[in-house]
Design a protein around this ligand. Structure first.
Ligand SMILES: C[S@@+](CC[C@H](N)C(=O)[O-])C[C@H]1O[C@@H](n2cnc3c(N)ncnc32)[C@H](O)[C@@H]1O
Length: 250
């Protein structure tokens, strides 16, 4: 990830100014957009889906929690590789789409889709799944605090040693700083709110994980500029020791 220098600590920028009303409308906006655009991102797996499938196969992972599965381009691909996918998304219609696509592909036994808002605790028991995958979910309209809670939840549900692969748009993206500012490094373009990641945020979310790899890549016509982060769950998730200095001052 070359867009910004590494830094161990990061103060969420303008966190108190988050536009909660705008953020609340995102689920319906995604649902409406998907309804108007079947296969919005195409039916082929994404580059990150291919990379994640390779990493999961090498690690011998047979079950994956996919966050923000959308219309299922990567869900179906992972299922075809023999991985059982528990797919979550909060947009209306996504569960029906994912379920009917899995049935049509003869993969009904390999995909379990549930409507779920990722800001809520993950609907899985502790250490109950081999790995997690998400493409462009972490960079949705989540505050830094919500992302930290999500990382904690992934640490809880993925077995120690399991892989967590996620992608996020970065501060190198053309939409970073463009459109309507929504607070905490989020900007709205075309009705979609995106939280743009820098290296410090990647490191902040890695508490309890070992970062194995961060790869920059592009996708789409803009092009979107993204990082794919691969982390391994460590047995313990200890919160960094207090420094005696307020976080805001670091
Ligand atoms: C950029 S799309 C990516 C979809 C899919 N991963 C793909 O690459 O084709 C982001 C997805 O995250 C979902 N999403 C956004 N915020 C969410 C939330 N709070 N809880 C669950 N899903 C969310 C959206 O509904 C959408 O399907």
């Amino acid at each position: 990830m070359t867009s910004t220098a590494a830094s161990p600590r990061r103060q969420p920028s303008d966190a108190r100014a988050v536009d909660t009303e705008a953020v609340a409308g995102q689920g319906q906006h995604w649902g409406d957009t998907f309804e108007a655009n079947p296969d919005m991102y195409g039916t082929d797996p994404s580059e990150s889906g291919l990379a994640a499938a390779e990493a999961f196969a090498a690690a011998g992972h047979g079950s994956v929690l996919e966050l923000g599965a959308g219309q299922g381009r990567d869900t179906l691909f992972l299922a075809r590789q023999g991985v059982h996918v528990t797919a979550l998304d909060f947009a209306p219609g996504t569960v029906e789409t994912l379920t009917s696509k899995a049935q049509a592909a003869g993969l009904a036994d390999m995909v379990s889709a549930t409507r779920h808002d990722i800001r809520q605790p993950l609907p899985l028991p502790d250490a109950s799944i081999d790995a997690s995958y998400s493409h462009m979910l972490f960079c949705m309209a989540f505050t830094t605090g919500e992302l930290e809670r999500l990382a904690g939840e992934l640490h809880r549900v993925v077995r120690p040693g399991g892989l967590v692969v996620y992608t996020a748009r970065t501060t190198a993206d053309a939409h970073y700083g463009a459109g309507i500012p929504r607070g905490d490094d989020m900007f709205e373009n075309g009705g979609f709110i995106v939280h743009f990641f820098d290296r410090a945020l990647v490191e902040r979310l890695a508490t309890g994980f070992e970062i194995l790899d961060v790869t920059d890549f592009t996708e789409g016509a803009l092009p979107r500029r993204l990082a794919r982060v691969t982390m391994r769950v460590l047995p313990q998730r200890s919160v960094p020791p207090a420094t005696g200095v307020a976080d805001e001052l670091l």
